[in-house]
Design a binder for this molecule. Structure first.
Ligand SMILES: Nc1ncnc2c1ncn2[C@@H]1O[C@H](COP(=O)(O)OP(=O)(O)O)[C@@H](O)[C@H]1O
Ligand SMILES: [Mg+2]
Length: 232
């Protein structure tokens, strides 16, 4: 499912999002967002709290439909797909990292990393397990394979979540404040991991961050204010 030629990995045109449609508290939180992310680009998304960053990421990640506008992932128009098609495109193309990692507490680090594979293919293969171990090694967690999230520090849990997001070798990584609740050292480590993966695999990455130091280390910064892109 390679996009033709140099098609952007992600293209949005005139995306709006309204909540509580038809009620007297109807609000529009995104007002016609048009932007593109090129293959292998590493871009920061910044903006004040409430400006619509998470809403935008959820739409880009096919987790929520826009109210209006067009969205294309890897050259594929999202509106041409049904739910099963959206789920398949999401699983094949996108890796998510959230501020709160959503690891499953009853499962080990290794099992958490294998989960997307199991969801997609029904069962873990030896190859998938080998890749999961390699990813845990790359994020500095060799030896922690059989630890549960509760036995790991916040930074370590976030690194498990990144290994999980990368386990499908996504062409697009969407990271919503992945370093938001980490100390500076852990935040830098997590950022560098995403940067390395971007360099090594050419995965495009959009990272929501409030940290100007990290934004400076991205290829480009997109700024959102009150549901509008004010600089890109
Ligand atoms: N499910 C929802 N229903 C109603 N309003 C929502 C919903 N989700 C987000 N919003 C509103 O949309 C705006 C943007 O929120 P969000 O995308 O979370 O911003 P950010 O991530 O930039 O802090 C906020 O005003 C928020 O209250
Ligand atoms: Mg947010």
């Amino acid at each position: 499912m390679n996009p033709p030629g140099n098609a952007p990995i992600l293209r949005l045109e005139g995306i709006t999002k309204r909540y509580n449609i038809g009620t007297d508290v109807e609000t529009e939180v995104l007002h016609g967002i048009t932007l593109a992310l090129q293959q292998a680009e590493f871009v920061a998304l910044k903006g004040p709290s409430g400006s619509g960053k998470s809403t935008l990421l959820n739409i880009m990640g096919l987790l929520e439909p826009p109210t209006a506008g067009q969205l294309e992932i890897a050259g594929q128009p999202a509106q041409s797909l049904d739910d099963a098609g959206l789920t398949a495109l999401r699983g094949a193309t996108i890796g998510f990292v959230f501020q709160f990692h959503h690891l499953l507490p009853a499962f080990t680090a290794l099992e958490n990393v294998l989960l997307p594979f199991i969801i997609r293919h029904g069962t873990a293969t030896p190859e998938a397990e080998a890749l999961a171990r390699e990813l845990l090694h790359r994020v500095g967690l060799s030896g922690a394979e059989y630890k549960r999230p509760g036995e790991l520090s916040g930074g370590m849990q976030q690194r498990v979540a990144i290994a999980r997001a990368l386990s499908q070798k996504p062409r697009l990584i969407l990271a919503d404040e992945p370093t938001g609740n980490l100390d500076t050292v852990s935040a830098d480590e997590v950022f560098e991991l995403l940067r390395d993966f971007n360099r090594d695999h050419g995965s495009a990455c959009l990272i929501v961050t409030h940290d100007p130091r990290l934004a400076l280390r991205c290829d480009r910064v997109i700024e959102l204010v009150d549901g509008r892109v004010v600089s890109r």
